[in-house]
Design a protein around this ligand. Structure first.
Ligand SMILES: *Cc1c(COP(=O)(O)O)cnc(C)c1O
Length: 424
């Protein structure tokens, strides 16, 4: 069946024809590509067309698609059984590797997704502090648990409003939402609510609503305010963990969170998440403490093997190399008139405006231009995430050949943008 035929059938099975809404191409128009197979930084769709992949499964594949070492580790583990529902030495091996890379990780628990990691970290923070209120930031994504699908309320700053139907207003009211990069709002919030806040959760490298790189001072101030008020600081490093450096954004910025959440890269393409940090806090988690959290497939041996094989290949040299490549790819992207490409580690954000630090400062005109770019690049055989609010991911498999292909695509689309007005 062709892509179009498959999608037609998919529409009869799944809402929007997809298993996750971001895959639906609603923002950019057109029909989602059905992947047939993928290797390195390439994939082939069901129409047998090959694309250069810059979405890379939204982050897990820092080594590229179907890395031979990861595939071997998974195959070996599979032969010994797919799931035990009981402890396995592979969990220990992955935990050891994580602790070696992330110095402040004293104790951790494996789960099966980033959403679960966040949900569990929040419950742990509430259980530890015996407080209910949570603070998050507009422009950060923390998975789809009820308490995180909340935006700033229109009237009272204190109370968040659900962004999804099905989330009770009463749950929204326990989550406060502030803009990023607003020192005044942050100080005012802590003056008023610091003492009843269980935790503050932030993506230290906000990369789910564009790439909203923060001033180091903002994160430092946040750390200080949390400490002073007895609120826990949670770094959601589901994207940035093992991506912007061996110890994530916390290591890069030298700021220690109380708890951290990982996902994506930690499973090397298999469903793995984890949360952890200070051992006095993790002591409240069951069965040691009263905070319940469990999972049938948690610590799954096959997933652990994929994660371990991936993390074992993440060396300082590899990160230096990825930084270098990100510079080259970003420069290539910026040959498109009006396009800026901020980047950190191997995360890049093609955007038609200059330095943005807050979600509410992203221009709709910039997004319209991205949608145009997306269609043109797809025609050229380059697959970007189907939304202007998403970053592009490079991997260790994006080598010289891929860059040449990318530069050719950029050259081909440049004339389409020469007369474009800047995003307004
Ligand atoms: C992807 C992501 C999540 C959610 O992870 P899932 O595995 O999709 O549930 C949470 N937080 C951040 C920062 C993410 O990037």
């Amino acid at each position: 069946m062709s892509n179009d035929e498959l999608f037609k059938e998919a529409l009869t099975h799944f809402p929007g024809g997809v298993s996750s809404p971001v895959r639906a191409f609603r923002a950019v128009g057109g029909t989602p590509k059905f992947f047939k197979r993928a290797w390195q930084c390439w994939f082939e769709d069901e129409d047998d067309k090959t694309y250069l992949d810059l979405c890379m499964s939204w982050g897990p594949l820092i080594l590229g698609h179907a890395n031979p070492d990861v595939i071997n580790a998974v195959s070996e583990a599979m032969k010994e059984g797919l799931t035990f529902g009981a402890p396995t030495r592979r969990e220990l091996a992955l935990a050891r590797r994580i602790k070696a890379m992330v110095p402040y990780m004293e104790k951790l628990r494996f789960v099966s997704s980033g959403t679960e990691a966040v949900m569990s970290a929040l419950r742990t923070a509430r259980g530890f502090t015996k407080r209910d209120r949570i603070l998050k930031f507009d422009g950060c994504y923390h998975g789809h648990s009820d308490g995180m699908l909340v935006k700033a309320g229109s009237g009272l700053v204190t109370f968040g409003e659900p962004t999804s139907a099905g989330v009770p207003a009463a749950i929204g009211e326990l989550t406060s939402v502030l803009p990023l990069d607003d020192f005044g709002a942050l100080t005012r919030y802590f003056d008023e609510h610091g003492m009843d806040t269980a935790c503050v959760i932030i993506e230290p490298v906000p990369a789910n609503n564009g790439l909203l790189l923060q001033q180091l001072d903002f994160l430092k101030t946040l750390r200080e305010l949390c400490t002073r008020h007895g609120a826990l600081l949670i770094f959601d490093e589901v994207i940035s963990g093992f991506r912007v450096g061996p110890s994530g954004a916390a290591g890069l910025y030298n700021i220690q969170p109380d708890l951290v959440t990982f996902g994506k890269i930690i499973g090397g393409g298999m469903p793995v998440g984890c949360y952890g940090g200070r051992k006095d806090i993790m002591a409240v988690v069951a069965p040691d403490g009263p905070v319940y959290q469990a999972g049938t497939l948690s610590g799954n041996p096959v997933a652990m093997a994929a994660g371990l094989a991936t993390l074992e290949l993440l060396t300082p040299a590899l990160y230096a190399d990825l930084d270098h490549r990100a510079n080259l790819w970003s420069k290539a992207f910026e040959k498109i008139p009006g396009l800026h490409c901020p980047h950190i580690g191997s995360l890049l954000w093609p955007v038609f405006q200059e330095s943005v630090k807050r979600a509410d400062r992203i221009n709709s005109g910039s997004i319209t231009q991205f949608n145009h770019l997306h269609r043109l690049m797809l025609e050229q055989g380059v697959y970007l995430a189907p939304s202007g609010y998403e970053v592009a991911f490079l991997s260790a498999a994006h080598g010289a050949e891929a860059l040449v292909k990318f530069e050719q695509a950029v050259t081909a689309v440049v004339p389409e943008f020469s007369n474009a007005s800047p995003g307004v």
